[in-house]
Design a protein around this ligand. Structure first.
Ligand code: AMP
Ligand code: ZN
Length: 465
């Protein structure tokens, strides 16, 4: 499998440290609000990566943190604490906010067929791990105390900016955000490992430590959790492109100084999904969540399909027109597959199975070329190979694509079937009478009941939204 590696800026053949198990770390959500569909683009692509590795035969051990402490809203160490901000907004405690949005995040993942990683660790549960790492960094001179906080000394590293192409002046912490400069730092790029001097008087979560009562910086949680659960040699580390700097840059600095050797070789970053006005936001404009898409009548898997149609390293702009067209494509695809299933015939055709399956593997091995993977799927659907073999191929491809291509649409009660069919009949009559207003009303009535209908050459099909 070939993958683009942010660290070497090239597409490389993926070679894990241990062929029997690939270790994969994913930066998890900051649970101060719902995830927007941009965040979820990153998680969909990481899910496709994990499932692709499984598809080519690797056993994957995957870990994700839940950021429930320490994530400041700007790159500066003096920004606002995101969790505290969420708790204040909703008049709840930080832990209540964390629980509520962690649950909401995994509900969204479920709707999008994103598999929950085998190991999920809230940042607040590993404080002693961070203390152990920070203590060693202090002992070995990679960290220093200043005015109550513990900082990482970036001047101790040969190549702090190993993940980025940027020059130091473009990247210094604080400059981009035009926030106050932290006078306690020895170097502009230094970052906090442990805070005791919080500018937030009502900081709820604090722990005792050898460096004073306080709380960890944001970056140390991922180093700590990854080292504890996945060991000293990590195969792949993932996140959105905004994580490259400062978060992942700082993770590398801490982890490799702590370990004394390279920690993770492959760095996988997903480009952003933007809205038409630019950067996607949780506070300005329409807050694009999975629940909003559902409320508007879209199937979340139509959004998954939309993301799969583009390469993960290209920026993507979200629009409802685009989502409409993917909803349509999705419905048609499911409809075609249902027709294949209804007319199943033939025997397993190994030659054609191997031919299309190897095309699919070529596409995923080519730096996760999801749009080519979809092309192979469409080619199978329209090919003239027998329907039994088609379904076998679709079943396999869906292990990676996660589009519920073969989920039964017919999980309706008899009562529901009677109602839907009588509505469809009424609608057909209305259309025949050219009463399109009534026909649309019936479509909307069914939509309200969570049922979408699709007119096809074979008649009107229906499914749950
Ligand atoms: P956060 O909850 O802010 O920690 O972000 C969760 C994940 O979403 C991280 O991997 C981010 O890099 C990623 N992310 C943030 N914004 C976007 C976006 N607009 N498009 C894609 N991924 C994003
Ligand atoms: Zn992280």
């Amino acid at each position: 499998m070939n993958l683009y590696n942010t660290k070497t800026r090239t597409i490389e053949k993926f070679v894990p440290n241990n062929e029997s198990e690939v270790t994969m770390y994913t930066c998890g959500p900051t649970v101060y609000h719902y995830a927007h569909i941009g965040n979820l683009r990153s998680y969909i692509m990481e899910d496709v990566l994990e499932k692709s590795l499984n598809y080519v035969g690797y056993n994957v051990k995957r870990c994700m943190n839940i950021t429930d402490v320490g994530h400041l809203s700007s790159d500066s160490d003096s920004g606002e604490d995101k969790m505290l901000k969420g708790a204040m907004r909703e008049h709840k405690s930080v832990m209540e906010i964390a629980k509520m949005y962690t649950d909401a995040f995994f509900d969204d993942c479920k709707s999008l067929n994103i598999k929950k990683p085998e190991i999920v660790v809230p940042a607040t549960s590993e404080i002693s791990t961070y203390i152990k790492i920070i203590s060693k960094l202090l002992d070995t001179g990679f960290a220093y105390k200043a005015s109550g906080n513990v900082y990482f000394d970036t001047s101790k590293l040969q190549d702090y900016y190993t993940l980025t192409n940027h020059q130091i002046d473009d990247m210094v912490v604080g400059v981009r955000e035009s926030v106050e400069y932290d006078e306690n730092k020895r170097n502009q790029a230094d970052f906090v490992l442990w805070f005791t001097k919080s500018k937030f008087e009502n900081q709820e979560l604090k722990w005792d430590s050898p460096f004073g009562t306080g709380y960890p910086g944001w970056h140390i949680e991922c180093s700590g959790i990854s080292l504890k659960y996945l060991g000293e040699y990590l195969d792949i580390h993932c996140g959105g492109v905004d994580n490259i700097f400062p978060h992942h840059t700082n993770e590398i600095a801490q982890s490799e100084s702590y370990l004394g050797h390279e920690w993770c070789h492959y760095w996988f970053h997903v480009e952003h999904l933007n809205d038409e006005s630019g950067k996607m936001s949780k506070s300005k404009g329409e807050f694009l969540t999975v629940s909003l898409l559902k409320a508007k009548g879209y199937n979340p898997l139509a959004y998954r399909l939309l993301t799969l149609a583009s390469h993960y390293r290209k920026q993507l702009v979200f629009s409802y027109d685009n989502l409409d067209s993917f909803q349509n494509t999705y419905d048609k695809l499911i409809n075609k597959i249902n027709i294949i299933r209804e007319n199943i015939s033939g025997e397993f055709d190994k030659d054609n199975f191997d031919l299309y399956n190897s095309k699919f593997i070529d596409a995923l091995s080519n730096d996760l070329n999801t749009s080519s993977m979809l092309t192979v799927l469409y080619d199978v659907v329209k090919s003239d190979i027998n329907s039994y073999t088609k379904i076998e191929l679709i079943k396999n491809f869906d292990k990676v694509l996660g589009l519920d291509l073969l989920k039964s649409d017919n999980e309706f009660t008899n009562e529901e079937i009677n109602l839907i069919e009588s509505k469809i009949e009424e609608r057909n009559k209305a259309k025949a009478d050219k009463n399109y207003k009534r026909a649309d009303e019936i479509r909307d009535e069914l939509k309200e009941k969570g049922i979408s209908i699709l007119d096809t050459r074979e008649g009107t099909k229906y499914r749950r939204i």
